[in-house]
Design a protein around this ligand. Sequence first.
Ligand code: G1P
Length: 296
Amino acid sequence: MTTPPDRARVTKAVIPAAGLGTRFLPATKASPKEMLPVVDKPAIQYVVEEAVRAGLSDVLMVTGRNKRPLEDHFDRNVELETALEAKGDTARLAAVQHATDLATVHYVRQGDALGLGHAVLAAAQHVGDEPFAVLLGDDLIDDRDHLLEQMLDVQAREGGSVIALMEVPPESVSLYGCAAVEGSGDVVRITGLVEKPPVDQAPSNLAIIGRYVLSPAVFDVLRTIPRGRGGEYQLTDALQELIATEPVHGVVFRGRRYDTGDRLDYLKAVVQLAADREDLGPPLTAWLREWLGTRP
Ligand code: G1P
């Protein structure tokens, strides 16, 4: 007996990385926002590490113009490795090689940046007829939490698609895709989805955060949906259509998430992650306390 496609084991992660990063200009004029350092690693490396931790070592990045540094980061840099070796700097050599050995990273270019739905559709050929994960680079999940693993378990049990949700304050709902759900607890059935609704039209305060485990049926829907909010092809709109034919579950995440999508949240993420580090945390926290005491 063959396994139906929506029950096949998930092995592939898709990471859309074709955005223009306009919120960080001019930093992102010539280099991708995914390469902005969060402490001492580019943001995108956290996301690839998360996928690998969940067992997904086949990573497809959907990129666009200006994304060459991404490819270089996950490729070997022989000159640098030789220099570090000659200096006997084994710790940094290991850090450099870690990024290379982490995963098998593939790339596909999106051409025009026509929205998240359009980016995910660019992955169709690589993914084929299997469920797959989508990880958005603006959301970082703490490595002590296991959101993606939990989503993969739900997908294996229920089939269909699984979306990560998080409770947000009502005034923030319009920044996210928003879900109508049935049930309570950590795993819910999603009955409706709407992309960035005005607060008075939001079906709940459960926001989509950037983790999805999707059935390959989403590709057929993405091929037919019209442009949605902002004139873009929205993944949320495709998933809303999918609800009519397949189960779509939500995993309500209550762990630690860091948003690197805008400047203030990015700064908070850097401070929070640095404060948790053994090497940087104690001196940073001590300095922050002292410095804040000197502020009016
Ligand atoms: C995208 C999705 C949105 C989701 C968000 C999570 O929006 O379209 O549904 O809530 O990611 O980060 P974006 O932030 O790319 O505008």
